[in-house]
Write a protein that binds this ligand. Sequence first.
Ligand code: UD1
Ligand code: CA
Length: 453
Amino acid sequence: MKLSVIILAAGKGSRMKSDLPKVLHKIAGKPMVEHVYDRSVELDAESIHVVYGHGGEMLKQACQTFDADWVEQREQLGTAHAVQQASPHIDDDNIALILYGDVPLIKTDTLNALVNSVSGDDIALLTVDLEDPTGYGRIVRDTNDAVTAIVEHKDADDSQKKIKEVNTGILAVRAAYLNACLQRIGNDNAQGEYYLTDLIEIAVNDGNKIVTAQPTDESEVEGVNDRIQLAKLERIRQIELAHAIMADGAMIADPARIDIRGELSVGNEAFIDINCVFEGEVNIGTGARIGAGCVISNSTIACDSVIKPHSIIEDAIVDKNVEVGPFARIRPGTHLYEGSKVGNFVEMKNTELGAGSKASHLSYLGDSEIGKDVNIGAGTITCNYDGVNKHRTIIKDGAFIGSDTQLVAPVTVGENATVGAGSTITKDTDDHALTLSRSAQKVVKGWERPKKG
Ligand code: UD1
Ligand code: CA
């Protein structure tokens, strides 16, 4: 049977105290609603309907990649009313699955089991047993254990309040029957809202069954109403991501101290020390080592490379057997070739550092093309910017740049050329030659230093 998913995302989220619609707040670098959307895609849904209310434009803008039907719920009159905005657009014979944009950690396996348990006009309901069920709709069962109703916390009597099995809100039902039931739901209850949960009692009265399924983990059905809950689910998700990486054979020093905000792939035998942040798409090769406190975004670190602590790498390619850091900053467009080395307090931008070349200390290398086996002395600076335009510096294979050199671009240093320490290089230098620009050293003999008066 075909599946259609309705994602409820119209809630205001006032407890977030944010201008951003609640479902756009991120978990693992991705809006909550996108996690739910991704699960729907994994379920092979024929159509995905997002019911939105607040911040519709912001929502659509942030979710441009969604192949979804956007439906506005102008007034938040309750969950049944929200579903009703979308369900008439669904093919009668499809199963409609109701998900929530603020319940981001739901698993595809759990949903598959739920959807597969629907038959005829029976309703498949996801429930969970909670130690503290306060606030949730309680699952009322008869003496045969058959579900007869869901009673909202605010409408529950004392004995119902003791029930620990609660409604997660997630359910699946044939669309034609869902639509027929929604017509019959009223708003005569404590909150004056159209409750989707009334569906259960209606179905029972129609002689249909309520089949229940449970998630593997409680976190799958936890919703986010405030930033504290958001942070809690973030941590749970991070641990899941870390464990998956470790299951594949890489080591994470402490799975509780890593932040993956995007897609991180890690080869086996790689090691990630504590407090690293990974953003966007990051690939780490087999045997690579990432030191403590590194921030790596949209980059590739190939096999056996070592990134020492507190290095920042962004939009860059690091080939194998490279050493970076500690305290290096590798900016966009940089490519470090095999066996090269970048040491502490070196900033690189839009620069190629050839195989076996080294910039070990305190340098700025921007818009440069550095060949193989080049040595960049401490304090070397490419002066790539004239205040208006950026210019390139080319340093050919085997060159040696003495410490504290300024290379005023555009400029080329020849092959196997040597530049003397402290030089300001403004013209291209010859291959195999020593070039230096340095004022001659003066000596004043017998010089007396001034004394305090
Ligand atoms: C709902 C269930 C409750 C369940 C709980 C689980 C109902 C009546 N109650 O209660 O049984 O235990 O979820 O978390 O369904 N929404 C809209 N439009 C609306 C109203 C709500 O889109 O008009 C969305 C909200 O953004 C939210 C979700 O539906 O994502 C649930 O609504 P909420 O008002 O939070 O329901 P609860 O009182 O938590
Ligand atoms: Ca809620």
